[in-house]
Design a protein around this ligand. Sequence first.
Ligand SMILES: Cc1cc2nc3c(=O)[nH]c(=O)nc-3n(C[C@H](O)[C@H](O)[C@H](O)COP(=O)(O)O)c2cc1C
Length: 289
Amino acid sequence: MGVTANSFNSVSLDPPMVLWSLARSSRSLAAFTHSQHFSVHILAQDQDALSNQFARSGADKFAGLTLECGAGGVPLLTGCAARLQCRTAFQYEGGDHIIFVGEVVAMDRSDAPPLVFQAGRYAVATAKTAVQAFSAEAQDDDASFSENFTGYLLARAHFQFYSQLRTHLQQHALSDTEYFVLSVLLVREGRSIGNFNERFSYTGHQVTMQLIARLEVKGLLRTVGPAGQQLCHLTEQGRAVTLRIIAAAKALEADMLARLGEWDAVALKNLLKQFILHTDPGLAHPWSE
Ligand SMILES: Cc1cc2nc3c(=O)[nH]c(=O)nc-3n(C[C@H](O)[C@H](O)[C@H](O)COP(=O)(O)O)c2cc1C
């Protein structure tokens, strides 16, 4: 038996004890009141489907899940942020709920960020750190259209991140737009100049015949097909160079995300994806045809 519960809380440090409460109307009530053990799983941020599964009354909630065996034969789920195996120590009346207090007999945890349930929806946790103002100006109310303006923050984050990558581009004598063309071709070859400009106009990059010709001269790209309808392909050298720069980009990203920490890295990507969805003017998906 298992239920999704957010009534969980810590109680005592010595001995380690936790509590949670279960509705008297729950079908699982008898199983928990009669059991001498229970386990608490702090779900990871990607386990919201599992949370929904255990919030549905009845049905075999464990069907199809990988299980381990915990203290007292209690089933343990995998992939969680933390797991507490408990001996049921006390049970209290709590209005229309029963409060279970358990002594923690074993625990384990992972680095996975936890799943949060707040104001009726799932969320991810992010550290509330005191971010130093970039400058005195940022403390003024006027700064709402300067250092606190979302467009400014997004652009500055983008340019600072890419300025580090630019040193790698310079080693291969590549401009931003040239690298952009190569990296797009790495995902899918055989694009025409028109296709680049149509699919990626939102990036501000302008792909011209001259730019494609320059990449051909450098031996990184070859074109096939009749004039005016040529399709671009990477050469072997072009593929090798692009892969090397992308490896450097991934290393820079990993370094930056490590400094943020895993929780904030998840929260940042989640917010950026939401921002992209909310600002999408209806662009054709760049990778689909
Ligand atoms: C995020 C979330 C938190 C919940 N917390 C509790 C809780 O603390 N106690 C409780 O009795 N039910 C809670 N529920 C509802 C139970 O998970 C739900 O009633 C469950 O289906 C009961 O299963 P059962 O009737 O099979 O025992 C929660 C549901 C959700 C989605």
